[in-house]
Ligand binder design. Sequence first.
Ligand SMILES: Nc1ncnc2c1ncn2[C@@H]1O[C@H](COP(=O)(O)OP(=O)(O)O)[C@@H](O)[C@H]1O
Ligand SMILES: O=C(O)C[C@@H](O)[C@H](O)C(=O)COP(=O)(O)O
Length: 338
Amino acid sequence: MTNNAIAFNAAKPLDFVAIGRLCIDLNANEINRPMEETITFTKYVGGSPANICIGMSRLGLKTGFIGKVANDQMGRFITGYLDREGIDASGVSIDRTGAVTGLAFTEIKSPTDCSILMYRDNVADLLLEAGEVPEALVADARMLLISGTALAKSPSREAVFQALEYAKKHGAVIAFDLDYRPYTWVSDEETAVYYNLAAEKCDIIIGTREEFDMMERLGNNPERDDHITAAKWFDRSADIVIIKHGKDGSIAYTKDGGSHRARSFPAKVVKTFGAGDSYAAGFLYGLMQGWTISASMEFGSAAACIVISSHSCSDAMPKAPQVHEYIERCLKGEITSG
Ligand SMILES: Nc1ncnc2c1ncn2[C@@H]1O[C@H](COP(=O)(O)OP(=O)(O)O)[C@@H](O)[C@H]1O
Ligand SMILES: O=C(O)C[C@@H](O)[C@H](O)C(=O)COP(=O)(O)O
């Protein structure tokens, strides 16, 4: 199976490098309860690009990360985890200003009603500077992943644009997971401007319908038509644009005019967050194996089901055989929703 949509440089030593936030998820142990009544949490490494990178590593790829962590126990918890997962953390700087690690407390009121309470004042991840982005690490990678939240503030914003510059210079495929978290941004106008500036440099753009709506506030797509949304990016750098619709599945458009729809698989959902990160890891992994767009989307959708059926995001990222087995069991009717 070949996808033909994207060519990766096989000569590079590293498959995948992500840039952005490394944080902590504190996921409610008492599920199906509001936060006001939740007493205990389990700590995991979190942050959307970190989750995706961990997912890629679990799937067997050679990965690296570029980011900044707090100079404290939480920061060391994160770097220790990256080491154990076999992720090259030479691009992870340590903050020296007293900044803290971003925390995401998750509330699991029901399998469909989840929310995240973020503590992100003075976080280390947004202090990554352009000068701290190692050109050699980006040059070594077949793919760079950027994530929208890192664009919210300087100097992390400039660091992302620096990484984009290096990726272009050295021929890395660039994937953009929009990862729009409103509370990190100051105004809707500023958000759309920087998202659009970054997206026009990317080969693969992945986001939810709502995330693309946010970017389109400067344009005209009142019907929220997925095809119109995608078409804009093919005049820039994009080869693939994916628009995700939660349980209703996802649709991928390609520059050659193709479109591919993926249904979601059944799942025994514990919580909904983590779906997007595992879907991105599974889909990008498939592309890097040379699979078709449809096969890659199917793999991403199944990886998402495994993660949303688990308590964590990062720790639950599956290995490849688990995903294949999940698909087979769904096809045999052995897994149902509920
Ligand atoms: N309730 C669900 N049941 C099964 N699969 C789901 C469910 N929610 C999401 N998914 C899968 O995860 C993918 C990404 O989920 P989505 O919710 O669109 O992204 P995000 O988590 O970024 O908001 C979907 O395309 C779908 O394949
Ligand atoms: O991204 C964060 O800072 C929090 C994540 O670790 C969290 O678990 C989450 O929200 C996952 O995002 P999703 O995959 O887009 O649902």
